[in-house]
Ligand binder design. Structure first.
Ligand code: IMP
Ligand code: MG
Length: 215
């Protein structure tokens, strides 16, 4: 589900009845060329995902595992739509080396604190792009022998996927574009936008580096 006709997020196009209108006078909104997914659309879809997960994991006491930092916004909203007992834990990774999308090395910088052996693990991601980060993390989690291991991704960009990934729960399919908001950053900014949008060119050139995929 994508929204190419969605409104521009500049002050004249975030309408006053939009929930995101509190960003009307924000300098952040001026950097957004186009809103791809609105705050209301994200909220509605997360409610559906939470209901589905609650039904599927009934009686299983799953562990939700998120990768810092981008997932913190999605995780916080998702868990409040899950109505069964769950545990939540996070891991931290960093990608370094050649900064192109398909290269670079993934390194674990924060491990899980919960023991996942024989537990049902639901791996929660904000966005899956090439799948490189996820493949690295999943292979590490699998060696700990969880009872099951499935993936929930709010945003899925399947077009440039480098690996086959079976994603059990997908929020939205995105085109192969760099986006910000709802936890996703560019140079550590824009995570606090409640919608997802594309940056305009001046926002990208004013800041130092071109967008690239890193956690
Ligand atoms: P992958 O390893 O290529 O799948 O990249 C996944 C990670 O790259 C995500 O967890 C994000 O941190 C980052 N990423 C990928 N696409 C975007 C984007 O459009 N905006 C912001 N960050 C992104
Ligand atoms: Mg990032």
């Amino acid at each position: 589900m994508t929204h190419h006709t969605a409104p521009h997020a500049s002050p004249d196009t975030l309408s006053a009845d939009d929930q995101s209108a509190r960003f009307l006078n924000s300098p952040l909104a001026e950097d957004i060329a186009q809103v791809l997914i609105t705050e209301q659309e994200i909220k509605a879809r997360i409610a559906e995902l939470g209901a589905q997960i609650s039904a599927d994991y009934q009686g299983k006491d799953p562990v939700l595992v998120g990768v810092l930092r981008g997932v913190f916004v999605f995780m916080a909203d998702l868990v409040r739509h899950i109505t069964i007992p769950i545990s939540v834990d996070f891991i931290g990774i960093t990608r370094y080396g050649p900064s192109t999308r398909t290269h670079g090395v993934v390194r674990l910088v924060k491990d899980l604190e919960i023991v996942i052996e024989n537990r049902h693990v639901l791996f929660v991601e904000d966005v899956i792009d090439t799948g490189l980060s996820l493949r690295y993390i999943l292979s590490g989690l699998e060696t700990r022998q969880p009872a099951s291991l499935r993936i929930c991704a709010l945003f899925n960009k399947p077009r440039i996927r480098l690996f086959d990934l079976d994603i059990a729960y997908t929020g939205f399919v995105l085109p192969d574009k760099f986006v910000v908001g709802y936890g996703l950053d560019y140079e550590e900014r824009y995570r606090n936008l409640p919608f997802v949008g594309e940056l305009n060119d001046s926002a990208i050139t004013q800041q130092r580096l071109p967008p690239n995929a890193q956690s």
